[in-house]
Design a protein around this ligand. Structure first.
Ligand code: TXA
Ligand code: MG
Length: 351
């Protein structure tokens, strides 16, 4: 299939390009669109045939439900029922923005979109190009991250080109995504509000509105065999670069010492700016140790860069787990297949 590249920098002065992207979606086609988190692979959420094509293009398991993207929280009642009042309070605080809320779905949302569940995930993105395309299409847009299933999510149009060129009708290029990790996902459809995926709207912020918010155990750990995957996406392997990734927790000095002992062919560091001058192996920098926003912004691009470099073994310097750091850690630990080491801070006691 021929894929069209639409460069949209300013949706107001480029109404024609916005209309082209929206028309493809209205007609049942697939368009990779920018959002403030990552690029999404958009289709009409109400069209089962279009939605099926999303799963084919990504190679995504059919039981993994999609997020629907709306222009305004007031539209949620068209697609969800029994919406608790707190949903609107969350929207007043955090929407439009990187927050997805799971609610009981109405029948108009096809089972293809909800992965067979009786719930629907709703997000109101803030990216002006995403908002212009949603408004012009005048349908809810189902959009998972626009990567091949299992690969790091795309934060530039080039990442979408690398994964989906020739498989979808169009890719919109609006530059780099600001946040860099996918939206925070919470469910209001369970007995208690539960955080299923951390993101740029942090658990600390959400607790100001939802003091009884529970954090699902899979956020920081591996889902145990037989445990209930409240979000089907928790079960699948994610964000995997080709290399084996191991997370190393400890000071910059302990990290540098470990790498001095473990260098070799294909060994790379995925490190912070503060580490790089101390290292004796080639390194990809993914932000500052004290700036979780910069880590989120760079993480997926850094993982893709390591693939391009042909990395075989990557040692990543572990981030903090506070604030947006929790989202960064959640993605990194999946990229690492849950392999993590605590470094010894004692110089004589080398691992
Ligand atoms: O930032 C984002 O959320 C991006 C952009 C494009 O909006 N989208 C995104 O979609 O990350 P995706 O499909 O890659 O991740 C959605 C996650 C999956 O883990 C999925 O299992 C979960 O949300 N999810 C979606 N609908 C759900 C539902 N009804 N119940 C439970 N989990 C759901
Ligand atoms: Mg995804």
């Amino acid at each position: 299939m021929e894929t069209k590249l639409l460069v949209i920098k300013n949706p107001e002065s480029q109404a024609e390009q916005v209309r082209q992207a929206a028309d493809i979606i209205k007609k049942g086609g697939l368009v990779a669109i920018p959002t403030e988190t990552v690029y999404g692979l958009g289709a009409n959420a109400l069209d089962p045939q279009a939605v099926k094509r999303i799963f084919q293009a990504k190679g995504r398991p059919q039981d993994n439900p999609l997020i629907i993207h709306l222009h305004d929280a007031s539209e949620a009642e068209k697609y969800a029922e029994s919406i608790p009042e707190v949903y609107y309070e969350l929207c007043r605080r955090f929407s439009p923005g990187p927050l997805t809320v799971i609610l009981k779905k109405k029948d108009c949302i096809p089972m293809e979109t909800s992965g067979g569940l009786d719930t629907v995930a709703i997000r109101i993105p803030s990216h002006p190009v995403a908002r212009a395309i949603i408004a012009a299409a005048a349908v809810p847009i189902a959009a998972p991250s626009a990567n091949l299933s299992g690969k790091p999510s795309p934060t530039t149009a080039q990442h979408c080109v690398d994964d989906l060129w020739g498989k979808i009708e169009a890719i919109v290029d609006s530059g780099e995504c600001a946040v860099g990790v996918e939206s925070t996902v919470i469910s209001l459809a369970e007995e208690q509000p539960i955080l299923l995926r951390p993101g740029a709207v942090t658990a600390e912020q959400l607790r100001e509105v939802l003091p009884n918010l529970v954090i699902h155990q899979a956020v920081t750990g591996e889902l145990e065999q037989g445990a209930k995957a409240t979000s089907p996406g928790m079960r699948y392997k994610h964000y995997s670069p080709n290399a084996r990734v191991v997370i190393l927790n400890g000071s910059s000095e302990a990290y540098a010492r470990f790498l001095a002992d473990h260098g070799g062919e294909g060994v790379y560091a995925l490190c912070f700016e503060e580490d790089v001058s101390k290292l004796t192996v080639p390194a990809v920098v993914w932000g500052s140790r004290t700036d979780d926003g910069s880590q989120a912004h760079r993480l997926f691009a850094a993982l893709r860069e390591l693939d391009k470099l042909g990395a075989v073994q990557v040692y990543a310097h572990g981030p903090s787990r506070e604030g947006v750091g929790l989202a960064v850690y959640n993605r990194l630990i999946r990229a690492a297949g849950f392999e993590e080491l605590e470094l010894s801070e004692n110089e004589s006691e080398s691992i």
